[in-house]
Design a protein around this ligand. Sequence first.
Ligand code: AMP
Ligand code: MG
Length: 341
Amino acid sequence: MNTKIYADSPAELAECGALLRKGELVCFPTETVYGLGANALDPEAVAKIFRVKNRPANNPLIAHICDHGMLEQIVAEIPEEIRELTAQFWPGPLTVVLPRGEKIPPIVSAGLDTVAVRWPEHPVAQALIREAGVPVVAPSANLSGRPSPTCLAHCKDDLTGKVSAIIDGGSCAIGLESTVILPMGGKKLKLLRPGGITPEMLEAVGYEVEIDPAVLAPVQEGQKVSSPGMLHKHYAPKAPMTIVTGEPDSVCAAIQQKQAEDVWVLAFDEYLPRFAQAVSFGSETDAASQSRALFDALRRFDTLPCKQIYAMYPAGDGVGLAIRNRLLRAASFQIIPAERL
Ligand code: AMP
Ligand code: MG
């Protein structure tokens, strides 16, 4: 298949909207990561997403909307407290799991009776969905297991020859996938996946947030999961990665002891000069820069002659929770204090 790269002009977005309506796949930018889009109402088109990404059939997709009318079309009901919540955070990087409406084919939700919905803020994403005229399911536009794409080059690497269109929208502002929440009744929410909308932000507007144990720990055998995506291996670079915790000076000293030809470090900018071979993890004091840097850094390691990666560990508050969540998965939960390395 010939993959055409589109610009984000109105005429080209109209063309891409028409492709979606015809059942084709279109890769497009959002403020979180690039999405691999298909018409959410067309089960054949949705099936293509699972094939192209090699995505396990039990991992449900997020439906993207651009107005309230589309929301009413695809969910069976919306509790009042959740209407108030979305009024605060949509458009934006918040995904809400709601009872699935009849129009949404079961394949979208991997057979669950719920559907995950998000109204993205990125103007290109909004224009594309408007042009398509239908809700657009869009998982991250990577091959399953790889880090999510945060720029055009990542999408091309994974999807050239496999999709009809990729829209170039530059680099993603957040760089991590959306926050996913499950309403638990009233103002109670369960955080299934952390992202740009932080627990602190949800609590600040009066919601009670329970963090699912799978956010920071591996899912144990036999444990019930609320979000099937948590089960799958994710984001891992080809070389094994170990996270090293502790005071930055001790962390750097411990990693320095391990330096070798095929060892690379994921280091905050402030500490890059201490290592012969390191990739930037943004600034130690700027979580937004870390979230923008992480997936690009993970992909960089795969292009380097690298057999072992050591990573510094970000602070866990705010967006830091989401960064830790992705980093822990990328490291297959290999995490060790500096003094034991
Ligand atoms: P991705 O689009 O690749 O970023 O992944 C979507 C995430 O949303 C995965 O972690 C899914 O498990 C989660 N998700 C999607 N739909 C549902 C749902 N109906 N219930 C719970 N989690 C969901
Ligand atoms: Mg994904």
